[in-house]
Design a protein around this ligand. Sequence first.
Ligand SMILES: C[S@@+](CC[C@H](N)C(=O)[O-])C[C@H]1O[C@@H](n2cnc3c(N)ncnc32)[C@H](O)[C@@H]1O
Length: 266
Amino acid sequence: MIKTDKKTMNEDSTVSCYDRHAKDYDLYQSAVVPGYQEMLDLVAEACRRYLPEEAKIIDLGCGTGNASLAILGKIPSARIFLIDGSGRMVKVAAKKISCAHPEAILGRRVADLARSDWDHGIEGEGLVGEGYDAVVSTLVLEHLPFDRYQEAIAKCYRRLKPGGWLLAAEGYAEEGSDMQEWFFEEMEERRKAVDPELSDFVARLRDEKETHYYCRKAEKEEWWRQAGFLQVNMLWQYLCIGLMAGRKPLCEAKTRQIVKQAAHLI
Ligand SMILES: C[S@@+](CC[C@H](N)C(=O)[O-])C[C@H]1O[C@@H](n2cnc3c(N)ncnc32)[C@H](O)[C@@H]1O
């Protein structure tokens, strides 16, 4: 297990870093992070393939809403609940999404995913007891310590309908591989195309404040399976960034239905 902890920081330093550059996030992210748009496109494509047209989705660590917007581009009747630790990021996301898709936001919440109460009040309109069709999370879960990570995916599992999907893009570290080094070298190269003042400001902020917890894909796959997910697979990978999918089994519903029917017959 490899843990990359750039600095010893207080718990919310990663969130405060994003909060501080919420306005500049889109520009920096799309210009500098290799494979970012491809990753969003693949997340959206997976949603189009796996989810119903009126899907209800949680965007976990929504940032400025780019994953949600990509998804709504493919399935415009989807409805999305936004969650992020940064109030400013959620605000930017809500503004962008409600301009392009006025009916799409089910609700929003500013919450720390490392705490056990992040999902309080996320039922959203008409959703009490029903669950979500998918939880989508792009470049977020790698910021959680491993114990919190496992708690968070267990919670995602509980928030899903039977047959619902967890789709999460994250950074990984494979022992003996130079994928991370290569990825960060590419980022440095791309930074040259961005206004130096902005680029230095964001890069310095991230370097000082962000904490990542990286491990091997196989370890996270195992945690997903332990949480109950089936069909756990990598859908896409660009160097050290991978998009993993896992499905909550449908049979839970069948089991419940059989139990209900049996109870009815007695
Ligand atoms: C790299 S950005 C990704 C944003 C968006 N999903 C995207 O793909 O553009 C990471 C996001 O995770 C959020 N985040 C990081 N740690 C978090 C935590 N513990 N609780 C809630 N949000 C967190 C940050 O505030 C930030 O918006």
